[in-house]
Ligand binder design. Sequence first.
Ligand code: FMN
Length: 253
Amino acid sequence: KSAKDFIVLANCLFDMGYHTINWNLGCPHPQVTKKMRGSGLLPHTERIQAFLDEVVPAMKGKLSIKTRLGQKNSEDLLRLAPILNQYPLEEVIIHPRTGLQMYEGNVDLEGFETCLSILRHPVVYNGDIRSAGDFRALSGRFENVDRWMIGRWSLVNPFLPGVIKTGLNKEDNRVERLKHFHDALYEQYAAVLSGPSHLLNRMKAQWNYFSLSFRDCGKTVKKIRKAGSPGHYLEVVSRFFETEAVWEEEKND
Ligand SMILES: Cc1cc2nc3c(=O)[nH]c(=O)nc-3n(C[C@H](O)[C@H](O)[C@H](O)COP(=O)(O)O)c2cc1C
């Protein structure tokens, strides 16, 4: 929420080659919102306006905004949208829930539609795209939207973006390809994270999503959660991929 700090960081990132910086007004976690950050800032229209007045002209690069419909209710973004129109934003990404909802309950598609009709910036839809069917329904309803963001469900089913883009949904070797994806992720995390417990925690969290794609893998997930070392973790995961993993076709398609 500090414009001065944001400008310093955004301009450093620009020099490193990152030419669009996203301001996240969507984070709903209480430890963030109670400091008037993330979605906790959404009720404070005048503060957001003052922030943009200072930041936008001082940034070397472009600014995009990620937002929810509001903190406690959907009124916040309705109030804010005409103000956002006054700034040259790259895009506005909307996750149409309130901050209080966290990640639960229904997305508010009517609220999204109303904000879409007010905003003059390119709008990205984000939230609960779990399948190609969900995408078809949403893109049919919001024909003017041509930017889509998938979060959790691309971790549950990393094939989903490809299925949506190509329309093809019957690839073979999904378990094998997911194992390759898992191994690449593990390798990359091992290269950048510091120490085995950091790595283990990151990979264990990943299974909250992966596990939803496989049939009856509750016992394996318990073993993964209990793994006390990377060696033990890799042993459990390898055994799972080699002998037990069954891709949940119906849930994912
Ligand atoms: C564990 C977790 C961490 C997240 N971290 C971020 C983040 O750092 N920045 C961000 O813009 N959104 C973050 N999000 C929100 C997602 O980008 C997305 O808005 C939200 O999950 C709704 O989309 P989905 O239903 O496709 O997942 C996070 C979501 C989750 C569940």
